[in-house]
Every structure is written in structure tokens, then in C-alpha cells.
Design a protein around this ligand. Structure first.
Ligand code: NDP
Length: 419
């Protein structure tokens, strides 16, 4: 039925590709295109005999708009699913506009070089105006609204788990459980153990930049920024148990604040063990998280990229990770004049994921929604020219698809609240 170009062939892409291949009725043809084509070929080799989906591969440098345009013109996909890095969002969006092809991604734009003076001027203005200092925000991609409308194409921003499923949970809560949502607490718990003293579950550079940055939350119409890891709570997660969690800045807070009328507070918490935090602080203190290139024995190296080369590849964690993830949202608000609260969440088992698609649950919980978001677009269920986040569409078919494709969810009324 649909032919989709998937850009990137890392941890998340591998799961999304497995899922597309399980869903051949919708995805009858896919092309896997990435910087290192051998990874695409290896995945094709592994999957081709087990699926009706016809797989092709290509090499592309998605930093180069012309290369992406040439590939789209050659393959003529019905949609492009961007599972490369947030650094490539804008170049791939440019190519989609030029070729009039729908665009889907899982993470919002982030500049690779945060010392670029042109980018920095815009960033510093935004920090002052909005009050949060994360390197990523939606303004860069929302700026494509008119171009996507003029091209008549849909752009779906952030269809991973968080952002993605957490935002769809919110649209679902609003549609079926509340007249008004007043508070949203997004809780991202990874109870998995990979046995290494330190490793990240997805791209280390993106992960460590996110986690080492100041935290922030939305309250009463504005952002409140706090030092990194300075708000801590404990929560008892189904399938995992009691865990420490810390308030972080997270991208869906920005879009939910814009799209959920009457919301008064939105916070995001992620669980971390003490060993992870101690390693991260130490690496930060010695400069290993820096993105600024340094001279080393006649070469220019970027410390965080060098660190990435030393750390275990997230894709290699699958066989050794045991335990579960539990990600969801607690909502409070009113229905029919009565106060109410609900918790919507998914529990996912690392080893079950590995058995099914040879990946751990972090890639799984992102790759499955990436496939589902793309399915919403290519089947025409979500079709609106412009650039949107997932809470702006009907959540029901997406929620149904989560149950069907491996991420079943639960709704609990009157849950234990965070505070
Ligand atoms: P990986 O580092 O495992 O994979 C990234 C892939 O992109 C690699 O195959 C890499 O190629 C490729 N790539 C990088 N640069 C380019 C380029 N210039 N041109 C073409 N291909 C390129 O990352 P993950 O799979 O862990 O993450 C993928 C995306 O998912 C990221 O944007 C991440 O932020 C997002 N994410 C979203 C989550 C959510 O819940 N919303 C959660 C987790 C991740 P190569 O093999 O050559 O390095």
C-alpha cells in the first residue's frame, strides 16, 4: 500500500524497520538509507526472507539537502521517516518540502554545532524570551508550517515514546476523561540493568546533552528553570518498584503547553540510578561532555563524540539488559465539575523486546511509535497539511495501534500522585 523512505539505521530505526516489516499490509515497500550503508544492507539481509515488505537500501548524507532530494526523486516514497539524529531534521524537512512528500520524526531539531554564531544568536534570544536554555526547541520546525501547507504535505513532529506516545496519551485523556486537564506529570522510568557501570540507552551524545542540561517545567503560563537534577522525587512504578526520579526539561512540555487549553503545570521526570549520575557528573567535570572541538595530537576531536566511541553502542545493550520500562503520564483536572486524576502508562520488558526484534526496550518504545505515526500518515488517518505534534490529531486510532503493535497501555483512576 505504501512506500516509505526511512533515513537512519541505528537503534530506533532498527526497531521501526522490524515493525514495518511485520506490518507489510501497510508498508509494502521500504528503503533504508543512512550514512553507513553496510548497516542498512545487514538489516535488509536479516529481514528480507521473513517479510513480504520489499526492502531496498541506499547511502545518504542527510546533512546535504541535495542528496536527500535526489534520493526522494529516485525512490518516490509516500512519506519520509527521519530516524537519523535531530541534527538532520531541518535538511530532511527542506527536502520533503522540495519534493512535496510527508515528513515524520521522533525528536525535535537540535544544532550540532552550538558554537555557530548564527544559531547562537537565535538561541540566546529564545532563552531570554521563553526562559529555558535547552539546546532544542520547536521554533525551528514550527517555522515550516506555511511551507508544508503550501506544499500540501503533513509533517508529524515527535512520534517516539516521549515525545510521542506521552502526547497521544494526553490527547486521549482530554478526549475521554477530562473537560479540562490542569496538571500533567510525565514519568519516564527505566528499570533495566545492562550490567555496565555506565552506558546510555540511546545515542550517547543526544542523551547526555539532554540529561546534563538544566531542568525546567511549565507553570501558570511560563517556564521555570532549575539547576540540573535539583528536583528529585520517589515513585513506585508497576513492574519496576521504587525509583528515584529527577525533573528534566523535555520537548513535549513545550508543545503540550501550547496545545492543551487550560493546563496549569507540566513536568517531566526521568529515573536515574546513582552510578549513572556520578559517572555523568565526573565526565562533565573533566570536559568530556563538551561539543566544542579540541586539538589532540594534530587532530581536531569533539570530546562528546570521542566519549561516544568509548561507550558501549546502545544497539549492543539488547542481549544483556534485563528488567522493565514504565513510561506514562499522570493527569489531574475536572470532569463534570468534579476533580479527578488518572494515570496512563505502558510497561515494557527489555528481554521480551530483545526476543522479538533484537533491541532493548528504549529503542523498542521509540521505534514502535515511529512506525505507528508513519502508518497514521500513509493510511490517511492523520492528514493535515502543515507541521504538527501528535497531540493535535485524533488519538483513538494511534492508541488502538499501540495495543496491537506491542505497546499496550493501562488507565488507572485515582493513582498515587507525585507530590
Ligand atoms: P543512533 O545513533 O543509534 O542512530 C542514528 C542513525 O542516524 C545512525 O544510523 C547514523 O548513521 C544515522 N545518521 C547520523 N547522521 C546521519 C547523516 N548525516 N546522514 C544519514 N544518516 C545519519 O540513534 P538512535 O537510533 O538512538 O536515535 C534515533 C533518533 O531517535 C534520534 O533523533 C533520537 O533523538 C530519537 N529518539 C527519540 C526518542 C523519543 O522517545 N521520542 C527516544 C530515543 C531516541 P551511522 O550508522 O553512520 O552513525
Amino acid at each position: 500500500m505504501a512506500r516509505v523512505l526511512i533515513i537512519g539505521c541505528g537503534g530506533v530505526a532498527s526497531v521501526a524497520i522490524h515493525k514495518c516489516c511485520q506490518n507489510s499490509e501497510v508498508f509494502d515497500e521500504i528503503m533504508i538509507a543512512s550514512r553507513t550503508v553496510s548497516k542498512c544492507d545487514a538489516l535488509k539481509e536479516k529481514l528480507s526472507s521473513k517479510t513480504k515488505t520489499k526492502i531496498s537500501t541506499a547511502k545518504v548524507d542527510a546533512d546535504k539537502v541535495d542528496e536527500v532530494i535526489a534520493l526522494i526523486n529516485d525512490y518516490k516514497p509516500d512519506a519520509v521517516l527521519n530516524l537519523a539524529l535531530p541534527y538532520q531534521d531541518l535538511t530532511i524537512m527542506d527536502a520533503c518540502v522540495a519534493c512535496k512528500v510527508p515528513y515524520i520524526d521522533t525528536a525535535n531539531y537540535e544544532a550540532e554545532d552550538t558554537n555557530d554564531p548564527k544559531w547562537r544568536a537565535v538561541y540566546e534570544k529564545r532563552c531570554k524570551e521563553l526562559g529555558f536554555s535547552a539546546y532544542f526547541d520547536y521554533s525551528w520546525q514550527w517555522a515550516y508550517m506555511d511551507r508544508f501547507k503550501e506544499a500540501g504535505i503533513t509533517g508529524i513532529l515527535g512520534t517516539g515514546f516521549d515525545p510521542g506516545v506521552t502526547s497521544v496519551f494526553t490527547a486521549y485523556a482530554l478526549k475521554h476523561y477530562f473537560d479540562e486537564i490542569h496538571t500533567i506529570d510525565i514519568l519516564d522510568c527505566n528499570g533495566g540493568d545492562h550490567g555496565y557501570p555506565f552506558a546510555t540507552n540511546f545515542n550517547p551524545e543526544i542523551n547526555l546533552r539532554e540529561v546534563s542540561a538544566p531542568g525546567s517545567y511549565w507553570e501558570d503560563g511560563h517556564w521555570i528553570e532549575i539547576p540540573a537534577m535539583s528536583i528529585k522525587r520517589e515513585y513506585d512504578f508497576e513492574g519496576v518498584g521504587m525509583k528515584d526520579m529527577y525533573l528534566l526539561h523535555h520537548e513535549e512540555i513545550e508543545s503540550l503547553a501550547k496545545n492543551i487549553p487550560g493546563v496549569k503545570r507540566i513536568r517531566f521526570f526521568m529515573t536515574f540510578g546513582q552510578s549513572y549520575l556520578t559517572h555523568m557528573k565526573c565526565l562533565e567535570n573533566v570536559g568530556m561532555l563538551s561539543t566544542t572541538p579540541i586539538e589532540f595530537e594534530g587532530h581536531k576531536i569533539v570530546p562528546i563524540q570521542f566519549l561516544k566511541a568509548l561507550l558501549p553502542d546502545p544497539a549492543s545493550l539488547g542481549p544483556r539488559t534485563v528488567g522493565k520500562t514504565n513510561i506514562g503520564c499522570i493527569y489531574t483536572g475536572i470532569k463534570g465539575g468534579q476533580q479527578k486524576s488518572i494515570y496512563i502508562y505502558n510497561v515494557c520488558d527489555h528481554q521480551e523486546c530483545y526476543k522479538e526484534v533484537e533491541s532493548q526496550a528504549i529503542s523498542y518504545t521509540t521505534g514502535v511509535p515511529a512506525m505507528i505515526g508513519t502508518m497514521m500518515v500513509v493510511t490517511g488517518l492523520w492528514n493535515r497539511p502543515g507541521v504538527y505534534t501528535v497531540e493535535e490529531f485524533d488519538p483513538d486510532p494511534y492508541m488502538e495501534a499501540l495495543n496491537k503493535w506491542g505497546l499496550p497501555w493501562k488507565v488507572v483512576e485515582n493513582p498515587v500522585l507525585v507530590d
